[in-house]
Write a protein that binds this ligand. Structure first.
Ligand SMILES: [Zn+2]
Length: 455
């Protein structure tokens, strides 16, 4: 389809002016060509005076699709398999052995299931950390799904409790990251991008960090990692490198505009200053932080320092849902508890999940807001159900952040292409995906025993 009209909805544009208005949106060849008052003239100029596809969005919000700024599609298969534990045990006893047990088929099944869930929740862009192996299989699923994505392979050449199946030589890790970038960066018409993803400070040797940073700079790739997530992790980092991760990264020249650090729970003002000075971005993952008991990130302080920031669900085993509405509601409530004088507003929280998330990933020139010229990446969210009543339009941002649910999403569009509509996925067969995931999960669990998984 070359043209799509989404009409009669309430546009929540997330543009610099904060436009919220009743109106229509017209996309042609993947881009937004007209909004509101400009639509009739643009429609009249189309062959036959009408769009190829029209979607009636009355009783619904039309907004930029959600940016899932930190995600592990490879872990979706392991939902429910790593409960009641903190970060480092969660990794060593469960998640790493399970990741080591992945085959190409099991990782593809995991990614498909995560994308079925994400597309139905209005997510149009994901930033995926991946795991050490089978990254091409994730790339193939991202391509087939139609979603927009930045993805990389997790780099790991050292670390306590890491199964042998996840450890690589720094050379092998870097060579594969570079070759993935050659294959995938800019693929699918620019919809896919490659990142460099050193897992976290203790997973990589100094040499690997140096080369990973150089590769990111040389190729203009995001440097996606985990940063200051939990207290026990912080103690392990201090013991290993004699200072915090942020200070170590600053000293080694790792921080920069392409740096995207997930979590950032335990950062003092000096560290936030170092990140801001470098132009780095952080990703708030409140659901995962609460479930693993890691702590409460102070996003108001991030913003005081001028940091770019997005919102992420992290992995299905540490959340356990991949639902931007859940994260928005938590982000808003936590901010009120942490900063009662200056909590994030509903509009600021919605921005984290959309336009600010796009900025954090360096993609704001293309996505994150509904503006003429940008890619038509959008979600239509119904507000007609009783749980939104009686007056959902009184404050649309509040309605979306505090009462919206993933199952209110009616339409998800990436680059003008409808990927999800009223319970049906265009590119993925949800029933089949769920069946395959159950089968592959069983196989991965069996194999994980030999990679040191503790039951
Ligand atoms: Zn993560």
């Amino acid at each position: 389809l070359s043209s799509l009209l989404v009409h009669s909805g309430t546009l929540v544009c997330m543009d610099p002016a904060g436009t919220i208005a009743r109106g229509d949106l017209l996309a042609c060849d993947g881009r937004i060509v007209a909004l509101g008052a400009g639509v009739p003239a643009a429609l009249a100029a189309l062959p036959g005076g009408r769009a190829d596809l029209a979607f009636d969005a009355s009783g619904a919000f039309v907004l930029p699709g959600f940016v899932q700024a930190h995600l592990h599609l490879c872990q979706v298969l392991f939902r429910g398999l790593a409960e009641q534990t903190d970060l480092l045990r969660w990794l060593r006893e469960r998640i790493w052995p399970l990741e080591a047990a992945h085959s190409e088929a099991s990782i593809a099944a995991s990614a498909r299931l995560g994308l079925v869930e994400s597309l139905a929740a209005g997510v149009t862009c994901v930033n995926d950390m991946g795991t050490v192996r089978h990254t091409d299989a994730i790339g193939a699923v991202l391509e087939e799904s139609g979603v927009r994505a930045v993805f990389g392979k997790a780099l790991m050449d050292q670390g306590e409790g890491v199964p042998a199946g996840l450890l690589e030589s720094p050379r092998a890790a870097l060579d594969e990251a570079a070759s993935l970038a050659r294959r995938w960066h800019g693929a699918a018409g620019g919809r896919l991008r490659s990142s460099v993803a050193p897992r976290f400070i203790l997973s990589c040797s100094d040499g690997l960090w140096r080369e990973a940073t150089a590769l990111s700079a040389e190729r203009g790739l995001l440097l996606h990692t985990h940063l200051s997530e939990s207290p026990s992790e912080g103690r392990a980092v201090e013991a290993a490198v004699g200072r915090t991760a942020t200070r170590a990264f600053a000293a080694r020249g790792v921080l920069g505009e392409r740096f995207v650090g997930a979590h950032g729970v335990w950062l003092d003002d000096e560290e936030l200053g170092l990140l801001a000075e470098a132009g780095a971005a952080l990703v708030h993952c409140p659901g995962a932080n609460l479930k693993l008991g890691s702590g409460l990130a102070q996003v108001r302080r991030w913003k005081d320092h001028g940091l770019r920031a997005g919102l992420g669900s992290d992995g299905a085993p540490c959340n356990n849902r991949l639902d931007p509405f859940h994260e928005m509601s938590l982000a808003a409530g936590l901010s009120r508890a942490l900063h009662p004088e200056r909590p994030l507003t509903a509009a600021e929280v919605l921005a984290l999940a959309t336009t600010e998330g796009a900025r954090a990933l360096g993609w704001a020139d293309e996505i994150g807001s509904l503006e003429v010229g940008k890619s038509a990446d959008l979600a239509v969210v119904d507000h007609g159900a009783p749980h939104h009543g009686p007056e959902p339009l009184a404050d649309p941002c509040t309605t979306l952040v505090h009462t919206g649910r993933a199952d209110d999403v009616r339409l998800t569009v990436v680059a003008g292409r409808v990927l999800y509509r009223d319970g049906a996925w265009a590119t993925l067969d949800a029933d089949r995906v769920l069946g395959e995931a159950a089968m592959e999960r069983a196989g991965a669990l069996r194999r994980a025993e030999s990679h040191g998984m503790r039951r």
